[in-house]
Ligand binder design. Structure first.
Ligand code: NDP
Length: 260
């Protein structure tokens, strides 16, 4: 009889995750993964149509908001209530040229999105986490934040995320709140559609010629870091295609021109 099989044990409350930048790529895959694992997922981005599709597919609670809108993001965090995991994923690169050739808009957009918004949202979420004595902040950094890459402003923003992650671990010691930095190399996503406007350069840059890491594989890494027992903090995960390496020097005779 169906009644005999009924599970009458008290169920643990569903945990809550806030994923920023969930309308595509790593954020969408992360929201899908947490939803599939039974979490209550709050997913943010600007593109409402993409978010609506995510909600329909996964049951995520979606919020169309610009992550740079500090007042709106802080109000959202307060409205959600206790958040167990924050995934700071929303981000972008502006890679149309060198730093010297960048527009002011591109520089400001990169810093505001990749750094300032992360600080604002993390601060808002941490207030509750530290009060409760538990929680987990997952920052999506980049290999570009750890190793030299000819993308100065993007690397600067992700370098900031690296130092934020390590320093937060120190600030939060004794609170029970965990911090993880995820540093991907090349991942299949819409990143370069945003980063490079020239279609020819974009096509050449996107064609890495190797099997790239998928967004779902990054989501797996996030799920691993979150899923280990609470007394274990996964500090940092670096993952990149086997066919991609980091660092290395490039040698060019001086021509007086920087390479974009
Ligand atoms: P996508 O371009 O596919 O996704 C970026 C996400 O960020 C989108 O959902 C976008 O949503 C959101 N976003 C951007 N700006 C804003 C904003 N102002 N307000 C709200 N949401 C915003 O790229 P990825 O999935 O690759 O990027 C995710 C993260 O991974 C980024 O932080 C990126 O720097 C990092 N990363 C990516 C790598 C790669 O090779 N792809 C490698 C290493 C790190 P919307 O436009 O709808 O607002």
């Amino acid at each position: 009889m169906a009644g005999d099989d009924e599970d009458t044990r008290p169920h643990a409350p569903r945990r809550v995750v806030l994923v920023t930048g969930a309308s595509s790529g790593i954020g969408a895959a992360t929201a899908e993964r947490f939803a599939a694992d039974g979490w209550i997922v709050h997913a943010t981005a600007r593109r409402a149509d993409r978010l609506d599709a995510l909600a329909a597919d996964t049951g995520c609670v979606v919020h169309a908001v610009d992550v740079r809108d500090a007042a709106a993001m802080t109000a959202l965090v307060d409205a959600i209530g206790p958040i167990d995991v924050l995934v700071n994923n929303a981000g972008l690169g502006r890679m149309d040229g060198t730093l010297a050739g960048s527009s002011l808009d591109d520089i400001v957009a990169s810093v505001d999105t990749n750094v300032t918004a992360v600080l604002v949202v993390t601060a808002a979420v941490l207030r509750g986490m530290t009060e409760r004595g538990s929680g987990h902040v997952v920052n999506i950094g980049s290999m570009a934040g750890l190793y030299p890459l000819a993308a100065a402003s993007y690397g600067a923003t992700k370098g900031a995320i690296h130092r934020l992650s390590t320093n937060l671990r120190l600030e939060l010691r004794g609170t029970g709140v965990r911090v993880t930095e995820i540093c991907p190399g090349r991942v299949q996503s819409e990143f370069y559609d945003v980063a490079i406007t020239d279609p020819t350069r974009r096509a050449v840059t996107k064609d890495s010629g190797v099997d790239e890491v998928t967004a779902a594989e990054v989501a797996d890494a996030i799920a691993y870091a979150v899923g280990v027992p609470a007394h274990v903090n996964i500090n940092r995960i670096e993952l990149q295609p086997t066919g991609q390496t980091y660092g290395g020097s490039q040698f060019d005779a001086a021509s007086g021109e920087a390479s974009p």
